[in-house]
Design a protein. Structure first.
Length: 332
């Protein structure tokens, strides 16, 4: 036992990182050093703060990971960006990507220099994973783009952010956000209130996303003037959507005919984004998902971008990624 303890002690290494700005260092550490605690627990290392230095203690591979993560996060702060709990999780996740059995710390260094960002009225939004960065670039570069993957990967949130960014820069004149109101079905008429009050609960996630990017008064005025429209998919029939940024959310709940109807609304000067999760279809048994058919039929069509996300791109609570992975792994 003594020999084992001596062996474990012998492989412990120490690495020091010096940070010139104590104010940024305090933000890096987090309140009560909670950011450091998260990194310590994930990498099985010890981090000690000594003045403007952080001393990392652990095995060589873990120290290399810890140094890369801390430098990446400090670089964010130097650029005027925040370090939130989700940023810690993202950094740890990027660092955990393996390449030939070895941790790919180079991915952090590459992503650190990313200039992909979305400017809105309230804040600057940035992709937090490589898949998100590719997705955002495709939204700016393609007239029709699909975002397919599990919940919490930022598909709709980033699409709405790009819509707001393109609207305030004058590249589009309108924003149209839509979802299939599948849950309402034939019961819609039995709900209290007028038509707007009936369908608004199903549109609420889109309102929530917009609220993150536009001041409340401006958002209200734009909706009142119909410059921003938030409506069920059925409301798109018979329209030609020109000079607009159009987002179809929860597209897995659109039928094949609804999807064809929606895609053929694309007008001059418009952009369309279709987002969905093939594993969460709420359509009646035997009804094919329009998202699945669109992917099959349009995959080889040029100038249409298909972007895919996995549990590794989840930017909600870390447990969300674990839950998705558990369900994906279930073969029963």
């Amino acid at each position: 036992m003594a020999d084992d303890a001596l062996s474990r002690t012998a492989v412990q290494n120490e690495n020091q990182i010096e940070f010139p700005n104590n104010r940024l260092l305090a933000k890096l550490c987090g309140e009560y050093d909670r950011n450091l605690t998260t990194i310590e627990a994930e990498l099985f290392i010890q981090i000690v703060r000594r003045g403007n230095q952080l001393v990392l203690i652990g095995d060589e591979e873990s120290l290399s990971s810890g140094v890369s993560i801390l430098q990446y996060l400090y670089n964010r702060l130097e650029q005027g960006r925040d370090v939130l709990p989700v940023d810690i999780v993202t950094a740890l996740r990027m660092n955990s990507v393996t390449n030939g059995g070895k941790k790919n710390t180079e991915q952090l260094k590459m992503f650190k220099g990313s200039t992909v960002e979305i400017k809105t009225r309230k804040k600057i939004v940035e992709p937090r994973t490589e898949a998100q960065a590719i997705y955002v670039e495709s939204l700016f570069n393609n007239e029709l783009a699909f975002g397919i993957g599990p919940a919490g990967t930022g598909k709709t949130y980033l699409a709405v952010a790009v819509a707001v960014s393109m609207f305030i820069s004058g590249r589009v004149d309108k924003i149209i956000l839509s979802r299939p109101a599948v849950e309402a079905g034939e019961r819609l008429g039995f709900l209290p209130g007028d038509l707007k009050e009936k369908v608004d609960p199903y549109m609420q996630p889109l309102y929530d996303a917009l609220n993150d990017f536009l001041p409340a008064k401006q958002m209200g005025k734009l909706i009142e003037d119909k410059v921003i429209e938030i409506a069920p998919l059925a409301f798109m029939r018979g329209r030609t959507l020109a000079n607009a940024f159009v987002v179809l959310d929860e597209a897995q709940n659109a039928t094949t005919m609804q999807m064809k109807m929606f895609l053929t609304r694309l007008g001059e000067g418009s952009r369309m984004v279709v987002t969905g999760d093939r594993t969460q279809t709420d359509l009646p048994r035997g009804v094919r998902s329009g998202l699945v058919d669109a992917e099959r039929l349009l995959k080889e069509v040029s100038k249409i971008s298909f972007n895919y996300f996995t549990s590794k791109d989840v930017v909600r609570h870390p447990l969300v990624a674990a839950i998705i992975e558990a369900y994906d792994a279930d073969t029963t």
